[in-house]
Design a protein around this ligand. Structure first.
Ligand code: UD1
Length: 381
């Protein structure tokens, strides 16, 4: 891992916050784009430590060329209240010491909201990348994080048109909102040539295709009945197509808690530990289809043209359904199996890549942030 020197131009420093796995692939292209601008936008990377296992954190840094965080808060796991509060408690002195020009947060995890809240109450403006996405499902912790972070942010970058409409509906002035495109897809396009071949990750198993599965949403894995139903459905899917399943630590714990550890030994189920970014990208590119409850995978499959079945009742990323390869199928076994069958017969839904998912979103954001910082500087001079 390289040591990061964000540079020291005439612009004030932007503290960039990451906490959980899906933040890393969003932040990596942003840090690079900030450093490339002339004059550069000085940055410092803060890792809250929401994710801390090597498999959930460190190994992604290497794969994504992410710098070592300048500040590590080491919060770890806890209930939502404990985790959010602990991040806030530990982030406050960082702001006191560094007095940055802005705090930049990405996505919708607890770290996103916690740091935005601390910053705004200290009078430090917040920039939110991936603003305006809404599932309209307030039982999702991420939905609460999204709505509140967007209310706190002064500059909001969106990935798709629906996001701007959602923000307008919540009373957020349009002049704060910029349609930047998708930084997660910047990472996909940049790292795809280096992706680990699926064959290598799978040791030559599944040569004629596989369904790539990820599951970790509380709504799917915390309720024993839903979890067991999904596990049984995956056994059925495996009769048709081998299942490759990198298992999130929270999901593994839940499977064990409901006494289903033997499930992993079912035929044609290939359970793997959480994978590094390049291995995951390789598996994704070559998958026959993806079954997931992740937000990021819905976008990555759309960018790569791989059919995706979303195992939820809603999506906050409607463009992946309207234009991309995504189908929201919920958790009903018959519906899931019928959709897998359809993909086996017809190859699945063909889609197109949405506007500005072109590998240049971070560049657009760096330019806008630099202009915005300059303007703020002039106002306060
Ligand atoms: C978090 C995000 C979610 C994101 C996901 C990606 C919130 C509310 N949720 O969910 O939006 O999609 O990250 O992974 O911020 N654990 C470990 N090692 C780790 C991290 C977690 O074992 O490094 C286990 C712990 O048992 C922990 C559980 O996973 O209690 C949940 O972790 P947490 O960070 O609370 O949420 P995620 O489910 O990972």
């Amino acid at each position: 891992m390289m040591e990061w020197i964000g540079g020291s131009g005439s612009l004030p420093e932007v503290l960039c916050v990451i906490g959980a796995r899906p933040n890393y692939m969003k932040m990596a292209p942003l840090l690079e784009a900030f450093a490339r601008r002339r004059p550069c936008v000085p940055t410092r990377l803060v890792h809250t430590g929401q994710h801390y296992d090597t498999a959930m954190s460190d190994q992604h840094f290497q794969a994504l060329d992410l710098p070592t965080p300048a500040i590590a808060l080491g919060v770890g796991s806890g209930s939502h209240a404990v985790q959010t509060a602990e991040i806030m408690r530990r982030f406050e002195p960082v702001l006191d010491e560094s007095a940055p020009g802005a705090v930049l947060v990405v996505g919708d995890v607890n770290s996103t909201l916690a740091c935005a809240l601390v910053a705004v109450k200290k009078g430090v403006p917040v920039v939110h990348v991936e603003a305006g996405l809404r599932s309209f499902d307030r039982t999702m912790p991420e939905e609460i994080n999204r709505v509140l972070t967007d209310q706190l942010a002064e500059l909001l970058f969106t990935t798709e048109a629906a996001a701007a409409e959602n923000l307008a509906g919540e009373g957020i002035p349009a002049e704060r909102v910029r349609f930047a495109g998708n930084v997660m897809i910047d990472s996909v396009l940049r790292h795809l040539p280096r992706a680990t071949p699926a064959d290598q990750t799978l040791n030559g198993q599944c040569p004629s295709g596989y369904a790539l599965v990820t599951l970790h949403r509380p709504s799917n894995v915390d309720d024993p009945e839903t979890l067991c139903r999904l596990l049984q459905t995956l056994v059925k899917v495996a009769e048709r197509l081998p299942v490759v399943f990198p298992v999130h630590p929270r999901t593994r714990a839940r499977i064990e808690a409901v006494g289903q550890q033997d499930w992993f030994a079912q035929p044609r189920i290939h359970a793997l530990p959480p994978l590094d970014y390049l291995a995951m990208l390789g598996l994704l590119r070559e998958a026959t289809c993806v079954l997931t409850d992740s937000g990021g995978l819905q976008e990555e499959t759309t960018a790569l043209g791989v059919p995706c079945l979303t195992l939820r009742d809603n999506t906050e990323r409607p463009i992946t359904v309207e234009q991309g390869t995504n189908t929201v199928v919920g958790t009903d076994p018959l519906r899931i199996l019928a959709n897998v069958e359809q993909i086996m017969i017809s190859g699945g839904k063909a889609g197109r890549v949405p506007e500005r998912w072109d590998g240049h979103a971070a560049e657009r954001i760096a330019k806008e942030v630099a202009l915005w910082l300059e303007k703020r500087q002039r106002r306060t001079a």
